[in-house]
Design a protein around this ligand. Structure first.
Ligand code: NAD
Length: 484
């Protein structure tokens, strides 16, 4: 059986305890994972600190950018290994993993290398009362040891989204991948080593949250900053841990995003895109839409078209190039999603598509599959319309004017993202600026330029990452004032 080990101080290391890695497409065990104990986590943090005190701490952004490009090359050179590892952990279909997710993760190393190299800092010349001058120069220094706690839905992308900017800023990282998806973070250790990243700069500890590697890492006093992507409730626990010792924190949390469709929109494009926003990655995308508010004149057409689109996302063998829908990430997560299917039925939803487990042939009959699901008729305040399902679901509701649509879309504890569909650009801008979310797409969805700021409002998070915002989080900017 394949083993997935911790990566500490430049080498792979086993632990006393282990847990199983399950492929959710089949339910089969695919690997045995080392669960880092408190001492392993302490060793990883110590290795990171030692790296900061060594030549890495003295490196320039040019040095680090060159290394990050080598890491990107190394990921692409081993594309098939990363694709196989990610698919075994998640059950994701082949094509989006091979053509999208893994190359995109490699691209993040290149982009942040260039963002780091090219982003200038301010300087001010100051006139002094005695007629002399002083020069103020802002300088960027690393935060130090960064803990990166990562989720399972886009494991390699969301992990490298943290690691690449952390490294270009000169930090050392300790990554805690999700217990559901440990493989690609571990494999990246080989690439880091081959690329010449010094030992201790990139470390990986496996395990769970409370009482395990996640909590050991966030509580460790020698961690300088914590970056977390995951559920809002976990974010609250991590924020408490970060308060001890006043460590900086970046939280990318849950969402309950909404799309707004006006009757003048390009209907075909809207439906094609909103179907992706609801069902792509089996609905396990923080930026996906689980709510659609539709101008009454096109409501019936929208329900019909989204129902047809849901049925076109048929689940199938992830290795088949035509498969668009994989399973949910685990049986535990499927139980949660099935709970929302039941809650929707109990609350009087009309189920136009899905709401059930599909019949899958062997060996997929043991997997965590669900059918893409379309609901109507739920009350705005009902649980399935308010809570994040994180599955392939959409609830469609009519509205009569823009004010009503904005109020309904904003009626959520979350504020991550959303979409607006209209040909009237003035209206689009007006609606966009009144939405309480961190990212809005007009006549589109999920165009993610890595240079743009990304993050949520309300319960969807604190802080921004992406482009210069990432540099801001992963560095301390200090001012050096010299009397000339
Ligand atoms: P999760 O919160 O259950 O777990 C995320 C990570 O935190 C895992 O590595 C887990 O082991 C660890 N963890 C759990 N409890 C911990 C604790 N007390 N201390 C330290 N670590 C702990 O999230 P998930 O289920 O893996 O991911 C799905 C969630 O992530 C959804 O809510 C989704 O919306 C959100 N998400 C948000 C974004 C974003 O950018 N805003 C992106 C992707 C996913």
């Amino acid at each position: 059986m394949r083993r997935i080990l911790n990566f500490i101080d430049g080498d792979y290391r086993d632990s006393a305890r282990h847990f199983d890695d399950i492929n959710p497409a089949t339910g089969e065990k695919v690997a045995i994972v080392s669960e880092a104990g408190e001492a392993d986590v302490a060793d990883a943090v110590a290795a990171a600190r030692a790296a900061m005190n060594g030549p890495w701490g003295d490196s320039t952004v040019e040095d680090r950018a060159a290394l990050l490009h080598k890491v990107a090359d190394g990921v692409i050179a081993r594309l098939d290994d990363f694709v196989a590892a990610e698919m075994a952990d998640t059950g994701k279909p082949l094509m989006p993993t091979k053509m999208g997710e893994i190359p995109r993760a490699a691209e993040q190393f290149r982009t942040f290398a260039e963002v780091g190299r090219m982003t200038p800092l301010e300087s001010f010349e100051t006139r002094l009362p005695d007629g002399g001058r002083a020069m103020n120069v802002a300088e960027r220094t690393p935060k130090g040891v960064v803990a990166a706690i990562c989720p399972w839905n886009l494991p390699f992308i969301l992990m490298t989204w943290k690691v690449a900017p952390a490294l270009i800023c000169g930090n050392a990282v300790v990554v805690k991948p999700s217990e559901e998806t440990p493989a690609t973070a571990a494999l990246l250790g080989e690439v880091m080593k081959a690329a010449g990243i010094p030992k201790g700069v990139y470390n990986v500890v496996h395990g769970f949250g409370p009482g395990s590697a996640g909590a050991f890492l966030t509580a460790h006093p020698d961690v300088d900053a914590i970056t977390f992507t995951g559920e809002t409730r976990t974010g609250e626990a991590i924020m408490k841990a970060a308060a001890v010792g006043i460590r900086d924190i970046s939280l990318e949390l849950g969402g309950k995003n909404a799309g707004i469709l006006f009757a003048d929109c390009d209907f075909e494009a809207a439906i094609r895109t909103e179907a992706m926003a609801a069902f792509f990655n089996c609905g396990q995308i923080c930026l996906g839409n689980e709510r659609l508010y539709v101008e009454r004149a096109i409501y019936d057409r929208t329900v019909e078209a989204m129902t047809k689109a849901a049925k076109s996302f048929a689940p199938g063998d992830p290795m088949d190039k035509a498969t668009r829908l994989g399973p949910l990430s685990s049986h535990g997560h499927r139980d949660k999603v099935l709970g929302y299917f039941k809650a929707a039925r109990d609350a009087g939803a009309e189920v136009h598509a899905g709401g059930v487990i599909p019949d899958m042939p062997a060996p997929f009959d043991g997997g965590a599959w669900v059918e893409p699901t379309v609901w109507t008729g739920l009350a705005q305040k009902s649980v399935p319309v308010q809570e994040e399902v994180f599955g392939p679901v959409t609830h469609i509701m009519p509205f009569d004017d823009a004010d009503e649509a904005i109020a309904l879309a904003n009626d959520s504890p979350y504020g991550l993202a959303g979409t607006i569909w209209t040909k009237d650009m003035s209206r689009a801008h007006h609606v966009a600026s009144r939405r309480r979310v961190g990212a809005l797409w007009v006549n589109s969805w999920m165009i993610r330029d890595l240079r743009t700021p990304f993050g949520g409002m309300k319960a969807s998070g604190i802080g921004r990452e992406g482009g210069a915002a990432s540099l801001h989080f992963y560095s301390e900017i200090r001012n050096i004032c010299t009397r000339l």
